[in-house]
Design a protein around this ligand. Structure first.
Ligand code: SAM
Length: 454
């Protein structure tokens, strides 16, 4: 690959010695491309049965697959329906490292665009609470769109500085992912801008910021909780050295062996202070695996204070509740499981019951957006549609992927319908694309204007 920064070449050559040649050759290969099946909607086996793409398994993620450069899975209607997430294969190693359980409290602190958030969500199977935070406002919006498309029900999304979150969630989470902003050396093949923006100063700047973020994350983990630290860069300053500096001042944390370590290379203690446990971390090198590269480590908090937080209390007018209940009776097979309703203006959310009082934080969505309460009527949201399947609604239209009606629906056109009047889920097979409202054999299109394909 042309244009690798000279100081980067010298550093990597010093670090890798005889292995540098192989590392350097990997830049002549095309970038690896992968998709991860969204098991909230479909199993990997079921997806393989309907997939139009040639796929090969990613060794460390049972729901992850490589696809060929000439395929465009991002343009397929299965992508619109949230059946998979396009994800660089080495990034698929991180959520299995944290492996959250259904019912747990999980934080993804640096979450946009949401590849790892949606992977964590799949582990949680819609149960428990997944807090996804993104510091950059524009990116938080993209995160919310991906969480919506993949039909994640149990996510709360914030747009906050980690320190603000730490004040609201002391010792609260069972598991935390810190997928830290980094110098992106593992992105050079995928994103030439990362290569152009690289500098030694930025490596140092990133390392300082990474330690700051890790400090805040540590405050939010409960005793006995687990934390994964990861980057998509190779520099020791941002990887082994950040952990060294963190562990120096945090005796209550210890490194644990990273799951699936046999697929990867170990961390390099000698690139930090020589702490032997750093071998438990993993390095994903582009010349050793089929992927762009990552670093990751699993930590456990062995001691610390138990959380003491005030739960969020919400009150919703009875009119909004009865409008929602009427919608659920008329349109859903079962009521939506949810613990607490929250009305913000016209927007009604289902919020996890034990969420702390987060009113002062900047949130993007404080739970599952159910819909809008308008004058004497309830309009279900696109977010809600994406969490459902045809089996969960009273009225639906099921289209085949190549049916021209699919394109018409995604363009925002009106369709004709044989279903009775009312809210109708428009699906490809049983998977949702969005809502329509049938009146006298005509389906009025409620696919969001911002998502329509001209
Ligand atoms: C490596 S990316 C996260 C990728 C994401 N986990 C995924 O898999 O899709 C790091 C994120 O951290 C965000 N970030 C930037 N500065 C931050 C800060 N000071 N604190 C927390 N996050 C920050 C960036 O905007 C970026 O979205």
């Amino acid at each position: 690959m042309k244009g690798l920064p000279q100081p980067f070449i010298s550093r990597m050559s010093d670090l890798l010695g005889t292995e540098y040649e192989l590392f350097s050759q990997s830049y002549e290969n095309p970038k690896t491309m992968g998709l991860r099946v969204n098991t909230l909607k479909i199993s990997a086996e079921e997806f393989l049965a309907i997939s139009p793409f040639r796929l090969e398994p990613v060794p460390w993620a049972p729901e992850g697959f490589y696809y060929e450069a000439e395929e465009s899975p991002g343009k397929h209607v299965y992508h619109t329906a949230g059946l998979y997430y396009i994800q660089e294969p080495s990034a698929m190693a991180i959520a299995p490292g944290l492996a959250p359980e259904p019912g747990e409290r999980v934080l993804d602190l640096c979450a946009a665009p949401g590849g790892k958030t949606t992977h964590l969500a799949a582990y949680m199977k819609g149960r428990g609470i997944l807090v996804a935070n993104e510091f950059v406002a524009g990116r938080a919006k993209v995160l919310a769109e991906n969480v919506e498309r993949l039909g994640v029900r149990n996510a709360v999304i914030f747009n906050e500085h980690p320190a603000k979150l730490a004040a609201a969630f002391p010792g609260w989470f069972d598991r935390i992912l810190v997928d830290a902003p980094c110098s992106g050396e593992g992105m050079f093949r995928k994103d030439p801008a990362a290569c152009e923006e690289w500098s030694l100063e930025n490596v140092v700047h990133c390392a300082i910021r990474q330690l700051d973020i890790l400090e805040e994350a540590a405050k939010m983990l409960r005793p006995g909780g687990k934390l994964v630290y990861s980057t998509c860069t190779f520099s020791p300053e941002e990887n082994e050295s950040v952990l060294d500096r963190f562990l120096d001042t945090h005796p209550e944390f210890r490194l644990l062996p990273f799951p699936n370590a046999s697929c990867f290379s170990p961390g390099r203690p000698e690139w930090g202070k020589g702490r032997p446990e750093l071998q438990h971390a993993v390095r994903l090198w582009p010349h050793r695996i089929r992927g762009e590269g990552h670093f990751s480590a699993l930590l456990e908090k062995t001691d610390g204070a138990e959380p003491g937080v005030v739960p969020l209390q919400t009150k919703v007018q009875s009119e909004a509740v009865s409008l929602l209940n009427a919608f659920m009776r008329e349109s859903l097979m079962e009521p939506i499981p949810g613990t607490q309703l929250l009305l913000q203006g016209e927007n009604l959310y289902s919020t996890p019951g034990d969420l702390p009082d987060v009113k002062r934080l900047k949130w993007v969505r404080p739970g599952l957006h159910l819909g809008e309460v308008k004058k004497k009527r309830f309009e279900p949201s696109h977010t809600l549609a994406m969490t459902l399947s045809s089996k969960e609604v009273v009225r639906f239209i099921s289209l085949q992927p190549d049916d021209p009606e699919v394109a018409r629906y995604l363009r925002g056109e009106t369709l004709s319908a044989t279903t009775p009047d009312g809210w109708t889920l428009v699906c490809v097979h049983q998977f949702p694309l969005g809502w329509g409202k049938v009146v006298n054999g005509t389906l009025k299109n409620h696919y969001p204007k911002g998502l329509r394909i001209p």
